[in-house]
Write a protein that binds this ligand. Structure first.
Ligand code: PLP
Ligand code: COI
Length: 341
């Protein structure tokens, strides 16, 4: 089989239908064996719990072509674990973690010609998700569920790739203090849609959300965690119970400490401190590490010394090391890389 005829070097972060996807159904208290199918359409009751009450959780991960021509994915066991936590919080049955990883592997294997080549800057984005599918009208969890995994080749999440972006402090909250910010539920993204459209209309690339209770602490953006670098090269990331525990961020903290010998701190970060940092970046599967050049808070600008032309030196080192690990040019910590082919 040959690679698909796709302009890999110019892909944006969008959906392209691929050949196969994985589907498993939960009914009468158990998951069926699951199949791979060409059918990308879903038919369900007009009253399905997901449609009426947003009972859906998802994951995001990537498959990479390595420098020596293998196809790998990054820490899928972590996504399996997080999806289990997400499902629990929305009263959904867990999809077994080993089967989650198998489904991801199958989906990559059966769409192998869609995995972008090494060096193209593109990757195959994998989207596992689960939703309540039977009719529910009183507010309660569904009894039937569907777990699916599809794949789509993607380029950079922010236009311009690794060029610094400008973000604004949002007046909207992303997640309640004791709410669902720590899980990957569709509802967290639905509530961010107005804020992101408004940010784009005002000329900003993303929103910086503050903690809902005091609006003094940095939380995250709509789709990534923050990493800051102090003027003395310490890597700092916000600690909060209402942000998503990013797998990229947790991996970067290991990279910073063990590969780059930097001091790392996961702690509450007050917005008042942001002006004192040397570098700022957004990290996540989609974002990788996207440098932030400027944060605007109601007209007041914080411009990081790293500027708007290129990412700061520590951000660059973190990015190069992480992507080196993912693309097989730097040795990975034990268990981080799952070889598909
Ligand atoms: N925060 C939010 C709100 C996200 O949607 C994502 C994306 O998955 C992340 C952070 C980054 O998480 P990860 O690094 O696990 O992709
Ligand atoms: C990811 O990085 O996988 C996400 O889910 C973020 C999303 C905004 C695309």
């Amino acid at each position: 089989m040959a690679k698909k005829d796709i302009d890999w070097n110019n892909l944006g972060f969008g959906y392209i239908k691929t050949d196969k996807r994985y589907v498993s159904n939960f009914k009468n208290g158990s998951w069926d064996d699951g199949i791979m199918t060409e059918d990308d359409q879903i038919t369900m009751s007009e009253c399905a719990c997901v449609l009426q009450y947003a009972q859906t959780v998802f994951e995001g991960m990537k498959a990479y072509t390595t420098a020596d021509g293998h196809v790998v994915c990054f820490r899928p066991d972590m996504n399996a674990e997080r999806m289990e936590q997400s499902a629990k919080r929305l009263e959904m049955p867990a999809f077994p973690k080993d089967r989650f990883v198998e489904a991801v592997v199958k989906t990559i294997e059966e769409n192998i010609d869609f995995v972008p080549p090494y060096g193209s800057g593109a990757t195959l984005y994998i989207r596992p998700y689960m939703f309540g599918s039977n009719a529910v009208i009183g507010v309660k969890p569904a009894e039937e569920y569907q777990f699916r995994v599809f794949a789509t080749p993607v380029g950079p999440y922010f236009k311009g790739g690794a060029k610094p972006i400008t973000i604004r402090v949002s007046d909207f909250d992303r997640a309640a203090t004791h709410g669902t910010g720590h899980i990957k539920a569709g509802l967290n993204y639905a509530m961010s849609l107005h804020a992101i459209v408004d940010a784009h209309n005002q000329g900003y690339d993303e929103n910086m959300y503050l903690d809902a209770a005091t609006r003094t602490k940095v939380e995250e953006t709509g789709g990534a965690n923050f990493i800051f670098v102090t003027k003395d090269n310490k890597v700092v990331t916000p600690k909060s119970n209402s942000i998503l525990p990013s797998i990229t961020r947790r991996s970067l903290m290991v990279v910073a400490k063990d590969y780059l010998g930097l001091e790392v701190e996961e702690r509450e970060v007050y917005f008042d401190e942001v002006k004192d940092f040397a570098e700022c970046g957004l990290c996540g599967t989609a974002a990788v590490i996207s440098p932030v050049g400027k944060v605007v808070n109601h007209g007041e600008e914080i411009c990081f010394p790293s500027g708007m032309e290129k990412m700061g030196p520590i951000t660059q080192k973190l990015r190069d090391t992480l992507t080196g690990i993912q693309m097989g040019t730097i040795e990975a910590p034990e268990g981080w890389i799952k070889v598909i082919k």
